[in-house]
Structures are given as C-alpha cells and as structure tokens.
Ligand binder design. Structure first.
Ligand code: SF4
Length: 352
C-alpha cells in the first residue's frame, strides 16, 4: 500500500542535512515490489546520552551541530504518514527521557492506539517523572541495569550511580501500586558481556526485589567489522572483541546462564536469554522503520547510527518514497542474496 502525505505541506526545516552516505533526496520510483507500510516504527527521540557506557557506540558519535533532539514536527509528521502503525519505540543510541517532550510523544502515539515502548538508563526517574510514566500511556519500559553490584554497575555505566537507578525504579513501583496501575510493564534489560556474566543470577534476584517481572538479557548485536565503518567508531572493534560473549568460553557462558535460569525459577521472574544463533533470516527491513533523531533512516536498529548505514532522509515529506525507494529496496535485495550488505555480515541476527 502507499503512504499518505500532504502535498501542500512544506518540507521540514530542521537544520542542514548531515553529510551521511545515502541521505540524499528521496530515491526514484523503485523497481522493487512494493512493501506494505510498516506497522513498527523506532524513533531515536534523542541522539545523545547523559552516560558513557563502555559497550555503547554513542560516545564515539562525532559532535553534531544540531541539538540531538528530534523535532516535534518531524515526529508528528512521520506518525501521520503511518496510519496503520501498531507499535512504536522511542529510543535509540541516546537517552529518550532527556527529550523535553518525551511524555508528549508517548501520549501523542498512545492516543492513536499505538503501543509505545521505551528503554531508559533510569537515571532521571524522580517522583514527578515516575507519576508521569504511569499516567502517560506508556506500555512498556526497559530499564538498563548491567550490574547487580554497585561496583560492576558503576564501572560499566559511568557516571550513573547505582543508588539513583534503584531509587528511581522503587519510586516507579510505588506509584504503580498507589494508582493500581499495570502499565508501564517494567523490564530489566541487561547487556551481557564477559564482565557482568557472573552477576546474571544476582540481577534476576535484584529484579525480583524491585518488583520487576521480566529480565531481558541481550548480547552486543554487532562486531563493527565492516570496512566502511567510520573512523570514529573503530575503537568499538577492540571493545567488542574484549567483552562480547561471542569470544567467551561457551561452557562458562552456559554455566552462568544456567544459574540465571535457576534464579528466575526460584524468584518467579521471566528470563529471556539471548539465542546462540538466529532461528530464521532477518526480516527487520521489511517490518519496521528506524529513524535517527534528525530524521535519517536506517535499515534496522542494529545500524544504530546513520553514519554506518543510511537509506534515506525522512525530513522531506515523502516517507513512502523512502520506504519503497531504491536504497531500502537494494538493501532488502542484498539481504536475501548470497552477497548480503556488509553491515549484516557482522550482525548476530544475520542468517542466510
Ligand atoms: S541482519 Fe542486517 S538488517 Fe538484519 S538486523 Fe542485522 S544488520 Fe540489520
């Protein structure tokens, strides 16, 4: 199906376009079969973060002239062009709750019947924020906690304070109880690496103490091996090499996963551990659209930042041209071929 747009509406004026490969004008009419409009959208509401986590590439992003905050007009215009949208994520490399209109964005989407999720570092949750989180219509909130002890947590997520995050999640729990609210459903999200692997079971118990019913364990999704990786992100290669479970002894990994499973059984916490390999070929570029804070489109969230892979600029009003354009069409075609995009070759979700 095609995507509606308002032909009388002027293009967005949100500052100069970033010099990113693939971020040119909308690509011409595609030679590819049309793909139905996405029902999933991920918007990087904020392109910067208040933390400097060791495994996050955001700290290597080149300093941009822009604000790092998604323009409100861009957000509402993109949403208006996707009337069949069902799910929205309001996160990316940055911390979404730094956006002054974070709660407006949640309410705007929720009022249209869209299920809204966000991941947060949970450092900004005070009493007022906890109340707004509960009343906003947010469906799910993932709180990133990579260590069960103050030492590990603060080493992995500087300059966050462990006590601040625990206090914020406790406040949120109390507000939910006071208002008898089921939403947002809170999960603890853990990026598992060599350093915090021994604390997985303790993280499950910590989630239980915080009243959190689900722990999502993930692993770094990419090895940053592509030749076209911008220079500033190259330090990520060594970081991944030293920390990723992909290079860890498989028996050690399984031992700690097994202890985490046992803790989850004892605590009644749902635990999701990462699969060793994907069960089926990746369909992300057909299922959803991922936009950076300044409106540049990527094929999936694994790209993370458009300097690595960009398939168009959503600031002009032709979102349909982007979704069914040559750049994304080429990417999809390559992903299904024996010569996948270089980005995909280093991705844990890639399967031929
Ligand atoms: S396989 Fe490619 S398209 Fe799929 S998630 Fe990985 S990098 Fe993205």
């Amino acid at each position: 199906m095609s995507l509606p747009g308002d032909p009388d509406e002027p293009p967005l004026e949100v500052g100069p376009a970033r010099k990113v490969r693939g971020a040119g004008p909308p690509s011409p009419a595609s030679r590819f079969r049309r793909v139905e409009a996405p029902r999933f959208l991920q918007l990087e509401l904020v392109g910067r973060c208040n933390l400097r986590c060791g495994l996050c590439p955001s700290r290597f992003r080149a300093t941009e002239a822009g604000s790092g905050l998604m323009d409100w007009t861009l957000l509402t215009r993109v949403m208006a062009q996707l009337p069949r949208l069902e799910r929205l994520r309001l996160d990316g490399l940055g911390e979404p709750m730094l956006h002054p209109r974070f709660f407006d964005a949640v309410a705007f989407a929720a009022a249209r019947g869209v299920q809204v999720a966000a991941a947060t570092n949970a450092t900004l949750i005070d009493g007022v924020c906890a109340e707004r989180l509960v009343r906003s219509g947010l469906e799910t909130l993932e709180a990133s906690i990579d260590g069960a002890t103050r030492e590990t947590f603060e080493a992995l997520r500087p300059p966050a304070r462990f006590s601040t995050v625990l206090r914020g999640l406790t406040l949120l729990r109390r507000v939910k109880e006071r208002l008898s609210a089921a939403r947002p459903a809170v999960s603890v999200a853990v990026l598992a690496a060599r350093e915090n692997l021994p604390e997985l079971a303790a993280l499950v118990r910590l989630a239980r103490r915080l009243g959190v019913a689900r722990v999502l364990v993930r692993r770094p999704s990419h090895d940053f091996s592509e030749r076209a990786l911008p220079e500033e992100y190259r330090p990520m290669r060594d970081i991944i090499r030293s920390q990723s479970l992909a290079y860890e002894d498989a028996e050690r990994v399984e031992r700690h996963f097994s202890r985490a499973r046992q803790a989850a059984d004892e605590c009644g916490v749902e635990l999701r551990l990462p699969d060793a390999a994907p069960a089926s070929p990746c369909r992300r570029p057909w299922q959803g659209l991922y936009l950076s804070w300044d409106g540049l489109a990527m094929p999936c969230e694994v790209a993370g930042t458009p300097e690595r892979s960009c398939v168009g600029d959503a600031r002009p009003r032709f979102l349909g041209a982007l979704w069914n354009g040559e750049d994304l069409g080429d990417f999809r075609e390559a992903l299904e071929s024996d010569a996948p995009p270089e980005l995909c070759r280093g991705c844990v979700f890639y399967k031929r």
